[in-house]
Every structure is written in C-alpha cells, then in structure tokens.
Design a protein around this ligand. Structure first.
Ligand code: NI
Length: 262
C-alpha cells in the first residue's frame, strides 16, 4: 500500500482472498494517533457508555464488579463523531470498499475499542466474528484492527489461522467461562498449531474476514494494549433456515432475567 492512501494493490487483495487476513504497516498519521489515544483514555477512564450497555467487560460477567479484564466500548463514533472524520476511518473505508467490492452506501459501518490492560488483560479466545451476528442472514464483512501502541505477541497482537475463513458455516461457539452474562464468545473447533501471530507497529493495521478464526493472547507486558477496530459488512442473503446459534439466545435471555431481577 502506498503511504496511507487506503489503496491496496492487486497482490494484497489476492492475499486477503486466499488467506482471510492482511496486514498494513500504517493506516493513520502519528499526529492522529496521539488524538485517538486521548479519546480512548477518556472512554476507558470514565467508562463512557456503561449505562447503555455499550461499554462492558468482553471477557468478564456483567454481574461482577471490580477489575475489568477486557473492557470494550461499542460504536464510540456515536459519542465521538470526530472519529468518523479521522484519516484512519477514511482509509479503512476505502480498504473495505475495495475488499468487499461494495460502495460505502451498501455497507453497514461501525467501530469498537478493546483494551487489554497491562499485566492482567485477558486473552481474546479463538472465535469468528460472524458468530455474533444475526443467524437469519449470511454476511460478508471485514474488521480493520489498529493498535495505538506497538502490539507484540506478549501484549496481545492478533493471531490468525490462514485460510480458515473459507468454510461453509460458522463454527460452534460458547460464551467465555460458559457464562451467558459474558458477552465474549469462543470456539473449541480450532487447531491453534496452525496459527500465526502478527506483531504490528502503532498505527499499523491487520484486516480480517468475518469468518476467519482469530485470537489475541493475554497482555503480559507493563503497557496497556489499546486497539481500535473498524468494521464493515453487508448481508449476502437471507437464509432459508436460520443458523443454529443458541449462544445468542442464551445471552439475550440471561440479560432479560437480570433486568427483571433488578
Ligand atoms: Ni473478533
């Protein structure tokens, strides 16, 4: 990719189609990274969106107060609309249009932030992103994952099983700790021996397909691992029969019970 144009060359597009992921060394500017870190830290210090269930611990029970091991905020662009005007956003948008072969008007766009706190940030277990999505539809989609500081294997950079996006369907998933009040999902249907880890510099990005198996280790370092993720997707078809994803109902029902008890 030429420097930060958001334009991929044919070799990169081919690599993505074959492997289900791609990395780019730079997707935003140094100056912008500094501004993004400020927004990011404000969100996680003040737990912005907690009241609306936009902010929660991805790997911890919603019933547990205390140390958050993998806090996440969904759709921060609603509270911080300037994110949509960032260099990162516009480069990510162009990459998404190119890889998905759709114009931005045809894509559902959102973003989220996942923090792996220094020393105790928990692993993000193996999963496919589509396991979280509406089982009535099939999707095409990508996530563009940008760390705000250098990401290493020890701090929890992304890991992929190359080519694992070329499957007929989403694997069986369950909630982390088998607790439906934990939003995070995991699958046991993976051979991590085939995984490859991708350390990245701050402001670089890894791009992955919504069906690829991916993972990020715990943060064993003294530095937080802040990641900002852009997502673009579209529905390819309505299924004749909805996919079996009971983990989605389990969470929905657990949340409803919890709301009733309060
Ligand atoms: Ni994911």
């Amino acid at each position: 990719m030429s420097e930060m144009t958001g334009e991929l060359d044919g070799g990169q597009v081919g690599f993505f189609e074959e492997n289900g992921y791609l990395t780019v060394p730079r997707i935003t500017t140094v100056e912008e990274l500094e501004g993004l870190r400020q927004i990011y830290d404000e969100i996680f210090t003040r737990r912005i969106g907690h009241d609306e269930d936009l902010y929660f611990d991805l790997a911890g029970s919603r019933d547990e107060e205390g140390k958050e091991v993998l806090p996440q905020m969904l759709a921060p662009e609603h509270k911080y609309p300037q994110l949509r005007g960032s260099v990162y956003w516009s480069n990510a948008m162009r990459i998404a249009e190119q890889l998905l072969g759709r114009s931005r008007e045809e894509l559902v766009i959102t973003s989220d932030m996942i923090l792996k706190p220094a020393r105790y940030g928990r692993e993000t277990p193996w999963h496919q992103d589509e396991a979280y999505w509406d089982p009535q539809y099939d999707f095409e989609g990508i996530s563009i994952w940008m760390p705000l500081e250098d990401a290493s294997v020890e701090s929890g950079c992304m890991q992929f099983v190359a080519g694992s996006h070329r499957v007929r369907d989403v694997a069986w998933h369950r909630h982390i700790d088998d607790d439906p009040l934990v939003h995070g999902l995991m699958t046991d249907d993976v051979q991590p021996d085939n995984a490859v880890a991708y350390p990245l510099p701050a402001g670089g990005a890894s791009i992955h397909h919504c069906r690829i198996l991916h993972y990020a280790g715990p943060n064993l370092t003294d530095t937080p691992r802040r990641a900002y993720i852009f997502r673009a997707l579209y529905q390819t078809r309505k299924r004749d029969v909805p996919a079996q994803r009971p983990w989605l109902d389990e969470e929905y029902e657990a949340l409803a019970r919890r709301a009733e008890e309060r």
